[in-house]
Structures are given as structure tokens and as C-alpha cells.
Write a protein that binds this ligand. Structure first.
Ligand code: 8YV
Length: 322
């Protein structure tokens, strides 16, 4: 029997590609947009990252597609309803990156609290001149962290923040106590925004969370509070954020994600001193990226060989095939 054809639109190490070739025929490897596009009519599977948009029109050019295996947990690059309607399974990599994203979030909280970037600049410049004294930071212990989205990543952030003595409140659709995190209190979003010293976003991007944080929400935050976003740029209304940062409605923002990515050269956030920007590195560690690649490959092979994948967003598609 011939092996199913798949587009592998991310770079895979040679060993993993070899494993994959045992059951799959990779018709394209690499992210060249023209090659990916040309291969769509033959593709039965696609392994891709958030960098490959898969709207309905593109899915229409892939009539043989049975699975999209996303290298990442966020699937906002894919039109899920259109994929489901076409019987295409959508798989992702939940769990394996929660620790890395939570670590980065805590790193940002500590960088804000101890003014690491300002102090690093001071050490190079001000220290030799002994003028003025280095800026003082603040202790995370006793401060209130408001987590918006209390899924795997939000909970991993809460676990870590507690170790630094922070109190945690959260907002989510389900406001039931979470086992092991009973001391974290669910609150309505407005209350979270009004009370928190740090607000950290950990929701999926979908129509219900697009611009969840806009001018109205930013205005509710304390003028001393910081906003952290390691989820998706479009969860925040970026022009409203720029305005809030200019007016000092909030103290600052630490952003690992922007809308769009990469930002335009004249994006105002790039030049603001109360902003810490990172280039979408939430999952960017050697170990985490290896675990994500592994899971994405297992998802792809499983669906194309008629087995149950480790993680599928729309399992009803698989159930309908059984
Ligand atoms: C990206 C991510 O997938 O998992 C997610 O949702 O945003 C990231 O891990 C990664 O940057 C590859 O594009």
C-alpha cells in the first residue's frame, strides 16, 4: 500500500524525518510558501506551525487533506470550523510547552519587579560614574497576580508565582476551584483588572477573546499595574494599549506576542520605555521544541495511519471515520 502524502512545513531533525518516512511520504519539507501551496492538492496531512495560515479557501485547495498537525498549542492560524466541516482532524501540542511558557512569564514578572533591563543598562553606563543610584524594584511577595485564562499554562504560572509569595486570583469561563490551587480565587474579569498588581494573559485566541483587553479594560487597571502577554497579540487591542502606556493609565507592558508578528518597523511599542518586548519565545527552549516536534509528528502519523493521536481538537471528525 502506498504511504500517505504529507506536507512537512517545519524543519525536522534528520532522525525524526527518518522515523516519519517509515509510514508517511513527505512531499514537501520546509516552509517555502510556494512549495507548500503547490503541494496542497496532493496533501493528505500537513504538519505546520502558527506561521502557516490555513483559512477555508486554502483548505479548499487541499481536497485530500485528512489532518492538520499544528506544531504548537494555539491553533488560531487554522479555521477550525472549516476544517471540521471538511472532515479534517486538527491536532496540536498541549501540555509539553506549559512549563516553558510559565517559566517565561515568571521571568518577566521578576524582570519587571527587579527592573532588570533598566538596571542592566545602568550597570554598563551609570555604575562607572556612580550616578545616580540604581533604581529600586519591588518584592513579588505579597503582590496580587491576576491570571486571565486558567488552563494548563495559567495554572503552571500560578504554581510558580505562589513559590515567590504572590497571591493569585484568576478569571476563566469555568470558575471552579482547581485541585492543588484552591487558594487561587476565581473572580470576574473587571474585578481582576481592578485589583491586580500584575495581569497575565493565558487564553486561546478565538473570536471570544479577540481584543479581550481593550481601552475599557486597560482603564480599569491600577496605574501601578503591569500587563503581561505571552498568549497571542490579538487578545489585546494594541492601539488601545499604546494609548494606555502613553497616558500612563498602566505602568507598563511585557509582551512576548504582538499583532502582527513580526511588528512593522514603525510599531510604537518598539520605542516605548515602559515596554519589554520579546520575539514570541514562550516555547523556545531546546527541550520544549523537541517535545513539541515529537508530539506533532506522532499526531500526524497516528491520524494518517488510522490510530488515535495524542491530542486532537475536533475528535468528532475521527469518531465519524471510525
Ligand atoms: C509556536 C505557540 O507554536 O504553541 C503555541 O501556541 O505560540 C508557539 O509555541 C511556536 O513559536 C512555533 O511557531
Amino acid at each position: 500500500m502506498s504511504k500517505p502524502h504529507a506536507v512537512i512545513a517545519i524543519d525536522l531533525p534528520a532522525g525524526l524525518l527518518e522515523d516519519l518516512r517509515r509510514s508517511i511520504n513527505p512531499i514537501v519539507t520546509g516552509s517555502d510558501p510556494a512549495a507548500v501551496e503547490a503541494a496542497l492538492p496532493r496533501a493528505e496531512g500537513i504538519l505546520c506551525s502558527a506561521l502557516l495560515p490555513l483559512p477555508a479557501e486554502r483548505l479548499d485547495r487541499a481536497p485530500n487533506l485528512r489532518v492538520i498537525s499544528n506544531f504548537g498549542v494555539g491553533i488560531d492560524n487554522i479555521d477550525l470550523a472549516a476544517a471540521t466541516a471538511r472532515g479534517i482532524a486538527v491536532c496540536n501540542t498541549p501540555g509539553v510547552l506549559s512549563g516553558a511558557v510559565a517559566d517565561l512569564t515568571i521571568g518577566l514578572i521578576l524582570a519587571i519587579a527587579r527592573r532588570l533591563f533598566e538596571n542592566a543598562a545602568y550597570a554598563r553606563d551609570g555604575w562607572p560614574r556612580r550616578q545616580p543610584p540604581p533604581p529600586l524594584g519591588w518584592d513579588p511577595a505579597g503582590k496580587l497576580l491576576g491570571i486571565v485564562g486558567f488552563g494548563r499554562i495559567g495554572q503552571a504560572v500560578a504554581l510558580r508565582a505562589r513559590a515567590f509569595g504572590m497571591e493569585v486570583i484568576y478569571h476563566d469561563l469555568v470558575d471552579e476551584p482547581v485541585e492543588g490551587l484552591e487558594d487561587c480565587r476565581p473572580v470576574p474579569l473587571d474585578e481582576l483588572l481592578e485589583l491586580s498588581d500584575v495581569v497575565s494573559l493565558h487564553v486561546n485566541l478565538d473570536p471570544s477573546t479577540h481584543h479581550l483587553i481593550g481601552a475599557r479594560e486597560l482603564a480599569r487597571m491600577k496605574p501601578t499595574a503591569w500587563l503581561i502577554n505571552t498568549s497571542r497579540g490579538a487578545v489585546v487591542d494594541q492601539s488601545a494599549l499604546v494609548e494606555a502606556l502613553r497616558q500612563r493609565t498602566i505602568a507598563g507592558a511585557a509582551l512576548d506576542v504582538l499583532d502582527p508578528e513580526p511588528p512593522a518597523a514603525d510599531e510604537p511599542l518598539l520605542a516605548m520605555e515602559n515596554v519589554i518586548l520579546l520575539p514570541h519565545i514562550g516555547s523556545a527552549t531546546v527541550e520544549t521544541r523537541a517535545a513539541m516536534r515529537d508530539m506533532a509528528v506522532r499526531n500526524l502519523i497516528a491520524v494518517l495511519t488510522g490510530r488515535v493521536p495524542p491530542a486532537c481538537i475536533n475528535p468528532e471528525v475521527l469518531a465519524a471515520r471510525a
